[in-house]
Design a protein around this ligand. Structure first.
Ligand SMILES: Nc1ncnc2c1ncn2[C@@H]1O[C@H](COP(=O)(O)OP(=O)(O)OP(=O)(O)O)[C@@H](O)[C@H]1O
Ligand SMILES: [Mg+2]
Length: 577
């Protein structure tokens, strides 16, 4: 809407400017035209005056001619007529005649009717001794004519006759007929007497605003206007006259007429139009360029704004996504912590469950040395009674051994059952397996499982947590014992292999794993539900523990049973640091 108003306003300004330019250019052009027209009019007037002057002088000269003195003599008139005819021919005058004081024409070059001139104003003026002149349509020839009458003075100084020269206007006009611009000579009565446009002859100006109008027929379109000091005519006077014209007047008192010129304004108008059109075109082109440039800038700005808003939207969305992410991270951390807690609880539960499984064996394991201690103590007391202090000492030594073994078992159990976070670090893999075997020893003996385990003499340092690693191996040994229940051949072999990693393999002679893909899933168990065994947590807990040390645990079947492989990192000083 605003743009439309700007365009309309600009168009209005341009048209205003163009109008101004038109007016100014028109005035200038009309001024120049007027100068030229004035010169043209002066030229035409001067030429006419000069031509007429010639006839006037002829009249004056001929009036004094001696041939006119002897008209009353026989042959005098013929001689005089010959003379006048000669003069008329040479000057192309229409007629040359001589009249006496009464106005009776005595001799005429061409008109044989010898009319009377009495009463004609030019004749009367000549009778008074002055030079008479007039114009009109001469009767015998029906032609426009100019009259010049000169007095002929007698010896007494009185006017005795008048010589009249009749000038043929058609002949005078002939040279400049049709030339441009249109020039009119209007007499005092307001009638066009001479013109280079014959169609305007005898048009009359009756005063008022009607301008020149033909003597007969309907009035013709005419309008007059002023442009500064110039008179502008608007007319419809036929194909040889302009529609818009400049009208100039020059008075010619010598011949009693006014010369008028009607100049076509078309060139001036054309020039003005051209100038106005050029200015308007330049302005419009400039305006269009300006408009295009601003349009371009506007579209750019709009695109920019759209872009900026989009960027803002994106930024907003991003920051929202960011806070959302942060929230999610916090949630995940919380979940992780909860998971860790749950895992720790699971580990503990797993340990307790393993302890539960082992409790019967352990109590048997503890019971046996206790019984033996009691036996040895009794025997020792008996030996002391008998005074065999040496034997008693031996028994005491046995008792001490037994107590030491019991203490080891209890220490292991305590360490295993302890529910506290334990730092990772250097662990002797051999010692770990020894402890696991110790803890499982009761079950192994109870179920009659042979153990094939030859610990290497040197410690094998691994990276991990001792109690948790023990738990892993206890789990694996327990699973193997479970699997082999009811089998004839019951044997577990444990090996340590050292390469760039440490690998512990535990094989059994059981039926093998039913579904090796699933064994590490929590709560996956093939062991009878409701029995003391079979939570399905042992391996999943072990898996989590080994992973937490950066190690790996796998289960697979061999020809003779199942094989579990635990991979651990070697302990290095850099890792500790
Ligand atoms: N040595 C093995 N031989 C054959 N199958 C095994 C062996 N060890 C584990 N499995 C299979 O893997 C399953 C999962 O063992 P996992 O120790 O996780 O649970 P579980 O022993 O059944 O119960 P839990 O250990 O919680 O008391 C077992 O139920 C068994 O089917
Ligand atoms: Mg198990």
């Amino acid at each position: 809407m605003r743009r439309l108003w700007i365009i309309v306003g600009f168009g209005f300004l341009v048209s205003l400017l163009a109008t101004g330019v038109w007016t100014y250019g028109y005035r200038q052009a009309v001024g120049q035209l007027a100068e030229r027209a004035e010169a043209d009019l002066k030229l035409a007037s001067d030429r006419l005056s000069a031509q007429l002057q010639r006839y006037q002088e002829t009249a004056v000269l001929m009036a004094e001619h001696p041939a006119l003195e002897y008209l009353d003599l026989p042959g005098g008139r013929d001689a005089a007529r010959d003379l006048l005819l000669d003069v008329a021919d040479k000057t192309s005058a229409l007629d040359v005649m001589y009249a006496d004081r009464t106005g009776r024409v005595l001799v005429s070059a061409r008109d044989p009717s010898l009319q009377t001139l009495s009463g004609a104003p030019y004749f009367e003026r000549a009778l008074q001794g002055a030079l008479g002149s007039d114009h009109g349509v001469i009767a015998p020839f029906d032609q426009r004519a100019f009259y010049y009458a000169a007095p002929d003075f007698g010896p007494d100084g009185k006017v005795r006759g008048v010589l009249v020269v009749v000038v043929d206007i058609d002949n005078t006009e002939f040279d400049w007929r049709g030339s441009s611009p249109a020039v009119l000579f209007v007499d005092e009565a307001g009638e066009v007497f001479m013109s280079n446009r014959p169609e305007l002859l005898f048009w009359r100006r009756d005063g008022g605003d009607a301008g020149l109008q033909p003597a007969k027929g309907p009035p013709r379109a005419f309008d007059t206007d002023l442009l500064g000091s110039f008179e502008i005519w608007t007319l419809d006077w036929g194909p040889y006259l302009p529609r818009h014209a400049l009208h100039l007047v020059q008075d010619l008192p010598v011949i009693g007429m006014s010369g008028e010129v009607v100049v076509d304004l078309a060139p001036a108008r054309r020039l003005a139009w051209l100038q106005a059109a050029a200015v308007a075109a330049i302005c419009l082109a400039f305006g269009a360029l300006l408009f295009l440039a601003t349009e371009r800038r506007r579209t750019l700005a709009e695109a920019n704004a759209v872009l900026e808003s989009r960027v803002a939207e994106r930024t907003q969305a991003l920051s929202e996504a960011n806070t959302q992410l942060r929230r999610e991270v916090v949630e995940r951390q919380d979940a992780e912590a909860a998971l860790k807690r749950a895992q720790a609880e699971l580990v503990q539960a797993g340990k307790l469950s393993a302890l539960g499984q082992m409790s019967a064996g352990i109590s048997h394991e503890l019971n046996q040395p206790l019984m033996a201690i009691q036996q040895f103590a009794d025997n020792g007391a008996a030996f002391l009674d008998r005074g065999k202090s040496e034997k008693a000492g031996e028994n005491l030594g046995r008792i001490a051994q037994m107590a030491k073994r019991m203490a080891r078992i209890i220490k292991n159990l305590r360490a295993f059952a302890r529910n506290e976070s334990e730092p990772m670090g250097r662990v002797d893999l051999v010692q770990v397996i020894e402890t696991a075997v110790d803890l499982s020893a009761a079950r192994l003996t109870h179920d009659g499982v042979a153990l094939d385990w030859a610990p290497p003499s040197a410690p094998v340092p691994a990276w991990g947590g001792e109690v948790r690693l023990v738990q892993v191996f206890v789990n694996l040994i327990n699973n193997a014992v479970d699997a082999m229940a009811g089998r004839k051949l019951r044997r577990i072999s444990i090996r340590i292999e050292e390469s760039d990693k440490l690998t512990v393999t535990i094989r059994d002679t059981g039926p093998g794993i039913e579904d090796p893909e699933k064994i590490f899933e929590p709560f996956y168990s093939t062991k009878a539900v409701g029995s003391s065994e079979g939570m399905g947590l042992g391996l999943s807990i072990s898996y989590g523990l080994v992973q937490s040390f950066g190690g790996n645990i796998r289960g697979a079947n061999t020809d003779s049973g199942a094989m579990f492989t635990v991979e651990l990192d070697r302990f290095t000083e850099e890792k500790a640091a």
